[in-house]
Design a protein around this ligand. Sequence first.
Ligand code: HEC
Length: 152
Amino acid sequence: MIHPKPRPAHTAALTVVLLASVATFCAQAAEPSAPMALRNIMAQLGRDIQAVAGGISTEDWTLVARLAPDIARHPEPPPSEKMRILGWLGTDAGRFRGFDGEVHDAAVAMGEAATRGDGQAVITAFAKVQQGCLACHQSFRKPFTEHFYGVR
Ligand code: HEC
């Protein structure tokens, strides 16, 4: 009598492993569509910086003084996203944070200058804020979007 060959246990195990990797792959492939919280934070920073530029052109130091703290103390991404970003940054985390610190300090100085009504100092600090934005974007923005969204 011929018995059908019993299905070896390891085949079943292999199938499970394969299915698991397919699931992982699909999860990773779906990732690019999920926008990072950082993107919204950045979009808000972009609007704030534009509003500040508007305030400077109309010499509305009250407006600049009101907006500067929003730039200095912009929200942070939720802890889980922060961990992902820090994990990706690795040894570059210090440099990334350094640029954020430059923006923070310059925005604080800009707010203080605006409160004093010192237009020259506002403009000097404003330039420093934008240098901080630009420096971080030049170093990290492209690799960030490539890594987290898979776009080039
Ligand atoms: C510490 C690094 C860092 C600093 C400092 C920084 N950015 Fe960004 N910014 C990023 C990264 C990374 C992205 C890409 C985020 C993404 O696409 O999800 C980005 C994206 C942006 C975007 C595009 C958002 C969108 O909708 O695609 C704007 C606008 C922006 N930043 C404005 C600013 C402004 C204004 C400042 C300074 C006040 C600033 N950023 C400072 C890292 C930084």
